[in-house]
Design a protein around this ligand. Structure first.
Ligand code: S3P
Length: 177
């Protein structure tokens, strides 16, 4: 008998398509879509660059863990997370408990193409943002893989095909969707 589909959690670097794929999956599966960054902005009443400016990255990370603690209680949702969510051990534990974790794996060139015009990512608003993406990728790749149940390569295929691939992999694991 097919297993009941738990929450789906999307992890991966900036520009890997977590929000886009998450929203498409939510529509297809008739599930609510939640994004940790939007949730943090809503709770704080300020946007992510402002939080980084005033509280630094450490203040943002505290808010991120708090958001994840709260959001991981919800059942049956599609949850997109920020690219740095995996760096804290507590977060990795929460992610694994919260549902099926899908790692959208984009290479650094793809991340760069998709983020270079966007000024809303404070970690990239410095010299040599492409090198920063590379450094973050090197550190975080094993952490994404540590939490992931499913890994999808996120470049060179359309978002529509990515959604199909996610659903196929979930079905192959015996879930009903
Ligand atoms: C971050 C990624 C961002 C956001 C913040 C920090 C990171 O989210 O959480 O700017 O550390 O990689 P996206 O991955 O949605 O861009």
């Amino acid at each position: 008998m097919a297993k009941v589909l738990p929450s789906l959690i999307l992890v991966g670097p900036m520009g890997s398509g977590k929000s886009t794929i998450g929203q498409l999956l939510a529509k297809k599966l008739h599930r609510p879509f939640v994004d940790t960054d939007h949730y943090i902005e809503h709770k704080t009443g300020a946007d992510i660059p402002w939080i980084f400016d005033i509280e630094g990255e450490s203040g943002f990370r505290q808010r991120e863990t708090k958001a994840l603690r709260q959001l991981s209680q919800n059942m049956g949702q599609i949850l997109a997370t920020g690219g740095g969510v995996v760096i804290r051990e507590e977060n990795r534990h929460l992610l694994k408990k919260a549902g099926l974790v899908i790692f959208l794996h984009a290479d650094v060139d793809t991340q760069w193409q998709r983020t270079k015009k966007d000024k809303n990512r404070p970690l990239l608003n410095q010299d040599n943002p492409k090198q920063i993406l590379q450094n973050l990728y090197d550190i975080r790749l094993p952490l994404y893989r540590e939490v992931a149940d499913i890994e999808i390569i996120s470049q060179k295929i359309s978002t529509k095909k990515m959604v199909i691939e996610v659903l196929e992999k979930i079905r192959a694991m015996g879930y009903d969707c």
